[in-house]
Structure formats: structure tokens, C-alpha cells
Design a protein around this ligand. Sequence first.
Ligand SMILES: Nc1nc2c([nH]c(=O)n2[C@H]2C[C@H](O)[C@@H](COP(=O)(O)OP(=O)(O)OP(=O)(O)O)O2)c(=O)[nH]1
Length: 264
Amino acid sequence: MTPIVPCVRRGLVAGSPRWEAAGVVHLRFSTLVQAPTTVAFDVARALGRPWRAPLQEVESRRPHRDVYAGGPGPRVVHTREFTATGAGTRVEELVDWDAGPLDQVVLRRRVVRAMRAHLDGYAAAAATRALDVVQVVGAAVVRGDRVLVAQRRGGAFDGRWEFPGGKVERGEHDLDALVRECQEELGVRVEPGAFVGEVVLDARIGGGPPGTSTMRVWAAGLVSGEPAAREHADLRWVGAGELAALDWIPADRPLLPAVRALLG
Ligand SMILES: Nc1nc2c([nH]c(=O)n2[C@H]2C[C@H](O)[C@@H](COP(=O)(O)OP(=O)(O)OP(=O)(O)O)O2)c(=O)[nH]1
């Protein structure tokens, strides 16, 4: 589990006529969840609320935005943002309320305590759930202004283009899997570089339901060897302008702008 870093910033709404009288408290919590975005999102959606009475939920658009209120007290707005990173899903949680000085002090202490417990439980639940999800990794192997693409042979995506890669084995690190798959499929040694992105896979991977697994893609450079189609029907080095015209596995298409950016 990764550390949770509460960053407390008290601000006032610029331009508000109540600028002097009332403050807006923003609490920002950032945590890195060791789980694909699908799992981080689902676990957040299913979570209970972080606060006990008297704060009651008055609006729920979980996992993105929930609003709480307690009697005549302030409304507390809790929002979440999910970002895929090479190390997991970064979840930014913001808790805001507009209140007088007493509420700022008393509520802030309560909210920070509740959020810490809530996020500890959240990160642990997501990491545990992630163990049941088969992760796929892909390599955008770049040479000059071209990227290597591979045409699948056999199976549900026969003839479609993809990034070389495959399933991460249990207990294996994503980047080790990436290097192993490139060796097995292409007969080359690659050095992983920048994280390119993560997409939800349409397919049923490793027996799980469709839409649970994700593929994480990294840029990679060739260290040794010349790629050979050991398992694919064909390989091609393509430039930025040729990417969109290929008949891709549909799930891969959202990654194409980021891959194009790698090619300058
Ligand atoms: N390698 C790769 N797989 C992709 C891409 N897009 C996509 O939806 N997939 C799906 C297709 C497969 O259902 C799954 C990857 O499985 P795979 O069969 O390539 O994995 P693997 O090499 O470990 O093969 P195996 O040992 O299970 O036979 O991910 C992609 O760009 N590259």
C-alpha cells in the first residue's frame, strides 16, 4: 500500500463578497492505488461513505462526486479523479466546504481523520481485488520516427493490429512482463521507457468478465536484436501518419494519439 499524503490548503473564493467572513477549506488527498483503473474505479464506487453521522449524503454521483450535509452545518463536497500511471492508478480526492472559523477547525480535524481511515481501507481493498484481474502490457517499440506494430494471428482478433506484449504472470512486475513478452514474441531485448497509457480491454482476458482487465503500454527502445514475427502474422514499422489507417484491435485506438506524440 502506498502512503497517503494529505495536503491541506485553506483558500477563499476570489471575488466572493463573503471573502472576509467565510472561508473555503480545500483538503486534497493523493494516493497511488496498486490496481488498474477499472478496479480503482469500481472499488471507489462501491465504498461506503467516509463520515459517520451527523454528515448525511445528500447527493451521490459516486465515484466522482458526493455531497454531504449535517443539519444547519456546511455542505461538504467530496470529489475524486483517477489517472493511470506506470505504477498504478493515482486517485486525487478533494474535500471542500464553505464554513465559518469553528467549522473550519472542528470539521477539518474530523474530515482528515475520516479520510485517512477511508483511504487506507480503499487502497487495501483495491490492491486485493487487483490480484484477481489479469493485466496485459504492451510495448510501443520506437525506432526513429516509426513504431513497431504487430498483426495478430489466430483467435478472436485474427488479422488485427496490436502492440507486441501479453499477459502479466502472477507475481510478475509489469515491466518484467513487457521485456519477457518482447523476447518471446519478437526475439529482441527492449528497454522500457515512458508510460504511454492504459486502456480497458473489450476482450475476456484470463477468464474474467470483459471490461475488467486493462492494458498498460510503455514506449520501449530496442537494445539488441532485429524484430521477427515469431508469433504474429506480420510486423511493420509505421510512421505517425499511417497509424490510424491500420485495422487495430478496437480497445487500442484511444492510445494512438499518445503513440503518435512519441514519434514527434
Ligand atoms: N498483446 C496485446 N494484446 C492486446 C492488445 N489489445 C488487446 O485488446 N489485447 C488483448 C488480446 C488478448 O485477449 C490479450 C493479450 O493476450 P495474449 O494472448 O497476447 O497474451 P499472451 O501473449 O500472454 O498469451 P497466452 O500465453 O495467454 O496465450 O489482450 C495489444 O495491443 N497487444
